[in-house]
Write a protein that binds this ligand. Structure first.
Ligand code: FES
Length: 109
């Protein structure tokens, strides 16, 4: 990835990291403009969700990932990485479209 002053964008997507930099079991925080976004791996699939948990507006940075879900470290609510839906009575977490191109993760802004 380039320096922050060397942002690459294409068709509304921004390159945020290399695929190989996305860990297997923990969310990776990147910055997308003003917004913190968590890049999350589920096997070969990569998802992007908002950093902020909709339950109590806490950061889910470095949250664990299990079976296609991100588990908020604060109260253990679980959010589906694909749909953002929660396993409890809570609003869904914002999800973002992701593309993999040239070995990099691109997130729709
Ligand atoms: S702040 Fe995330 S589950 Fe409560």
């Amino acid at each position: 990835m380039g320096e922050s002053s060397d942002v690459e964008t294409s068709e509304g997507y921004r390159a945020v990291c290399r695929v190989e930099d996305v860990p297997a079991q923990i969310a990776l925080k990147v910055q997308l403009g003003e917004r913190g976004v968590l890049i999350c791996r589920d096997g070969d699939d990569i998802y992007a969700v908002d950093e902020i948990c909709p339950h109590k507006n806490q950061s889910m940075q470095r949250a664990p990932l299990v079976d296609g879900e991100i588990i908020c470290p604060h109260h253990r609510y679980r959010f589906d990485l694909e749909t953002g839906s929660c396993n409890r009575r809570c609003a869904p977490v914002q999800t973002y479209d992701v593309q993999i191109r040239d070995g990099r993760v691109w997130v729709k802004m």
